[in-house]
Design a protein around this ligand. Sequence first.
Ligand code: GLC
Length: 648
Amino acid sequence: MIRKYKLGEPIDTESTVQDIAISSDIPKGFVMDSECVFRIDMSEDTRVYGLGETVRGINKRGWRYISNCTDDPIHTESKNSLYAAHNFLLIWNKKNVVGYYVDTPEKAEFDIGYSDPDRLFIRLNSPNAYFYEITPDLTRTESKACETDNPLTKVVQQFRHLIGQSYIPPLFAFGYGQSRWGYKSREDILSVIQSYEDADIPLDSVYLDIDYMDSFKDFTINEDSYPDFEDFVKSVSEKNIHLIPIIDAGIKIEDGYDVYEEGIKEDHFCKKEDGTPFVAAVWPGRVHFPDFFRPETRKWFGEKYSFLLNKGIDGFWNDMNEPAIFYSEDGLDEAFDKIHSLEGQNLDISSFFEFVDTVESVKNSPKDYESFYHEYKGQKIRHDKLHNLYGYMMTRAAGEAFEKLCPDRRILMFSRASYIGMHRYGGVWTGDNQSWWSHLLLNIQQLPGLNMCGFLYSGADTGGFGADCTEDLLLRWLAVGIFTPLFRNHSAMGTRQQEVYRFPHKDWMRGIIRLRYALIPYLYSEFMKAASCDDMFIRPLSFVYMDDERACDTEDQLFVGKSIMIAPVYTQNAAGRTVYLPEPMKMLRFDGDRLTEEADLTAGDHYIPISLKEVVVFLRKGYVLPLGKPARTTAELDLNDLTYIQFD
Ligand code: GLC
């Protein structure tokens, strides 16, 4: 059962697709004081799931999360906001299961046992939001394939039905991708492809980061470093490799640049109060932001992707769409004034930090987000009132265009910033993580929340984006990445190069990546089932063993599809780990192409040695794991040549 409440005059985010009558009262627990607080009491055994892409564990209890799409590359557990705003909570204990979706594009705070360990507070920025309360509807019938008796799954399915079917990528998007911010030219890309070929390691895509553009201008090509781009794309596609260019939100201000000139002429950019276009800065220096809230602007921007689609491109990643702002023109002027006023002074305990903060605070400044406007549904609305929707609307521009431009083809699309609703148009990657062991665990623990919120096509930068990656970390990360729909190795300029062929034990890495290809028939079909059943592709153990306390507390093992459980090693120098089996399972040990089906294990704890080159999975009783033959690319997979491993 879904109850919809309306508080104040909410903005329609278009994140839901079902019409639901509005209940006349206000949601239980809502305290309509000046702070707009919604309060829920939590018993000792209450667990709180959801919130999609956030820091910390699967059970979100014990921290304060703020939905406020933010470009912040340091994802430590002290942070409150990451790139996304996914305001769905699943609150449950033995007696009660309930889901809440707080639909507001403004900042929203979820204080889950932080200020009071026994209470959950939702604090809104303004008294305007739609609230949805979802309780398991046991009478709701699903098609046979989608049936479940787990109330957690029921609530997730009802929520997902409300927000519409998840984006489905093309098959090649399940292949392995190599990326790096730092590939400068066609030669760099060719050398990556050649090195993969020489090392006989599968590869489906190579990502083009901002350097493929001319001066970081969207929908341009740097002709010096990428001459004959179309030919290049074609020659690479003959090897079944896809090139996936990045698209940024900001449009460079430059006379003669057609996208900029058209944007000005046709009035597509966000404006300040006085009606002049808002000037921010990102990679190219000064930019304007397209007002993706206007259908005409979405159409205009979406059609621009055809510049690359017509050159043979069939996938994109949308970036910097929180939107990230290095500085605004106005903010920078103020900062320089401040710095000049400090010049020549004895910078002491307070003025020194004032100086440092002045520089630091020009970036992603709340004041800037309050200084430009959108035109949405006939109204002029200040950006901060819509902030969390910006990345969604950018990706929607692309998604809507793809439906028109190439209705018969699936185009790969994923974004950095997102809001619920965007899951219908694309997936997400979890942004600029680091090559840290703690971020490998974070990757594991972010997946269930993302799945609940509809972002089935998701993944992290395998190996970590920032910082230097070590061989053992990369091996362990690959062993997780092979189970995530988006499986892309990406790293930042200036960090150690982390293409797998650069490491001494590249043969071990080859073995793990080949296993990914053998798993694709299973992964893609489980993904399709999850998408069509509004279900999760990756689930915590509680979704299967809700009455098993130990299983519910286990946050480092996951179900991938219905048949297999994974229990990755995510600590440095560990030669194995303890795995908890809620029921007897069959253990499958993969070492390169060699599979050993090990003794069927009883329920309980088992210490399992897992070397750096191995991947271990656990097959559920009564289930089957189809395995294909590895291939160099997804195009070469033989989906009919499958072996079935069973445990009955
Ligand atoms: C942002 C993206 C990162 C990309 C970089 C350069 O930091 O998150 O993935 O490599 O920009 O475009």
